[in-house]
Design a protein around this ligand. Structure first.
Ligand code: IMP
Ligand code: MG
Length: 184
């Protein structure tokens, strides 16, 4: 285990198994649809590559870069799009994929923007869900794991850009934020 990790919350095996289940569920739900998966970079990349390979349907994939976090551990509230989608999603059945739903601000903002493109349907999917932190009552349509209100890293999730490559999801030692807090 990495020395900055307090405990492992979800092992690679648990994540792999759950992601396959989600893929099967989406395969069932989108059989007669025209699926486009939109991946929110960077964090959802690790989850989404596994998830899309578990969806046994014709589909398209696109990417978006949105940021609201900076280097802190709580949302800044305003979401900026740094890279927009290139696919035409009008009339398509869209699932937006993120690594985690926390306050819910990111999904709310992204869904508002995507609705302007008039998709036939629009759903959300997050690997992790910190339901206790929600500020807008929004729920993701597909959730891998409900997790407690602790700052987690790994499997795409970062703190100040680091730890994304850990193959598991772990709780970061609070001393790590204290150490880097002065850097903003
Ligand atoms: P929301 O807008 O507050 O729902 O937050 C969603 C975004 O916050 C995610 O895409 C993550 O980048 C980030 N985030 C929220 N909680 C965590 C966490 O525990 N670890 C790492 N990133 C997180
Ligand atoms: Mg992030």
């Amino acid at each position: 285990m990495h020395e900055d990790i307090k405990k492992v919350l979800l092992t690679k095996e648990e994540i792999d198994e759950r992601v396959k289940e989600l893929g099967r569920q989406i395969t069932e739900d989108y059989k007669d649809k025209d699926l486009v998966v939109i991946v929110l970079l960077k964090g959802a990349a690790w989850f989404a590559t596994d998830l899309t390979r578990s969806i046994d349907l014709p589909m398209r994939v696109d990417f978006m870069v949105a940021s609201s976090y900076g280097n802190g551990t709580a949302t800044s509230g305003n979401v900026t799009v740094r890279l927009d989608i290139m696919e035409d999603i009008r009339g398509k059945d869209v699932i937006v994929v993120d690594d985690i739903i926390d306050s819910g601000v990111t999904f709310a903002a992204i869904c508002n923007m995507l609705r302007n493109h008039k998709p036939a349907s629009l759903k959300t999917c997050a690997l992790c869900d910190k339901a206790d932190r929600r500020v807008n009552g929004l729920d993701a349509d597909y959730v891998g794991f409900k997790i407690p209100d602790e700052f987690v890293v790994g499997f795409g999730l970062d703190y100040a850009g680091s730890y994304r490559n850990l193959p598991y999801i772990g709780v970061l030692k609070p001393a790590v934020y204290a150490r880097t807090a002065s850097h903003g």
